[in-house]
Design a protein around this ligand. Structure first.
Ligand SMILES: [Zn+2]
Length: 51
C-alpha cells in the first residue's frame, strides 16, 4: 500500500521516490521497491550520512 521506489544506495544522497523501473539520477542505481519501514530506514541512513 505504501510501497515506494527509492535509491537503495546509502552512499548516495538522492532521497526522492521514483517509479518502477527507474534508476537513480545521481548514482545510476536501480530504484528499489520498499515498504514504509524499509523506506524510512534508507532515508534515515542517507540523512545521517549527508547531514
Ligand atoms: Zn542514488
Amino acid at each position: 500500500m505504501f510501497d515506494q521506489y527509492l535509491c537503495p544506495n546509502t552512499n548516495c544522497n538522492h532521497q526522492k521516490s521514483g517509479k518502477k523501473g527507474q534508476t537513480c539520477p545521481e548514482c545510476g542505481e536501480k530504484l528499489k521497491k520498499v515498504g514504509m519501514r524499509e523506506g524510512t530506514s534508507i532515508i534515515q541512513q542517507k540523512r545521517k550520512r549527508f547531514s
